[in-house]
Design a binder for this molecule. Sequence first.
Ligand code: ADP
Ligand code: MG
Length: 394
Amino acid sequence: MKKTIRDFDLSNKRVIIRCDLNVPLKNGVILDDNRIKKSIDTINYAIEKGAKVIILSHLGRIKSKEDKINNSLYPISIRLSELLKRNVIFVNETRGLVLEKTINNMNPGDVVLVENTRYEDFPLKKESNNDKELGKYWASLADIFINDAFATSHRMHASNVGIASNIPSGIGFLVEKEINILGDFLSSPLRPYVVIMGGAKISDKIKVIDKLVNKADYILLGGGIANTFLKAKGNDLKESIYDAENIDFAKEMLNKYPNKIVLPVDGYGSLAYQDGLDVVYNDTNDISSGIMLLDIGPKTIELFSKYINNAKTVFWNGPLGVSEFKNFEYGTKQVCELLKQSSAKVVIGGGDSAASVIRFGYDKFFDHISTGGGASLEFIEGKKLPGIEIIEEK
Ligand code: ADP
Ligand code: MG
């Protein structure tokens, strides 16, 4: 068992909480504050126990100076302060005198939010490559480290593994809940156990299937992942997205597990990746020229329903089509409806999947919406997550 925040005396201690405040932002406006809300319980607990709370988080990816301007955590500090109903001191740098002085001047119950940890990724990828000096430096600012960022726990970064290698560490309430719920999926899923995968981050996720196929009874595929398998089967996908580098892998999976991997038989597409154009219906064996498949169709839903209706456990990651476009929300919505009607235990993981389920109003019918996409997939595949492994045992 990993140590949790409850296992430490926090009074008057400087406590770094690694949160995942990586919310969607447009022109400095927060589009969805779900991840900030999910971080509140752990932060409030630390405040109540008299800790000096130092929050670290990343936001987006930082590959240029321009990215820094667009991905400051400043707007998040404002929302965080509203949700905590107290002042949040924002420090607009990731290291240096101002940060050190601000922390030295903290009183118990104070909250400091440090600028985006990935500012350290430009020009050198110090955060993402777990630069030893950086982890040591951040650790030097605190007495205790708490990892509450489940969604980045599958990465070995300076702001999780780096800090935890240097000072006493535990997990926060969010990570604790995630590993409890997802742990059941790993150790004792009720069967049939069905995994549904879709989305566009194909190369990130496709390899998970190798292990997952031995844990689950069936894997139903949609989105870009399914396209890669259809391509491997020899279908002419015309303009649809797929991952050319993983076609051989997909072929191998289809050869080994022909009855476990279930692919779409039909879908909807259009001439471009755009909403509002004419919607074209196609069999996946016969896609019209110039068409990009952007959703699964009714025959696929019919096929999927046979598996979902019998399932006792379902894990779903990745929308089955471009669910943010009105014209291509069909497949994702229909699967929500099938899951609502099934008696299976249902867990959804992944930023875009969760956002769609919430937008369509189905979140209340499911057992858990995980904050992790890649992290939750790797966890239920049985992989050890470095950000959790590094935390001390009780
Ligand atoms: P999650 O965030 O749930 O882990 P991903 O980030 O992998 O999921 O993928 C989500 C994205 O996949 C969405 O923006 C969606 O529009 C896109 N997508 C789904 N199906 C397709 C498709 N057939 N073609 C192109 N993009 C797709
Ligand atoms: Mg996503």
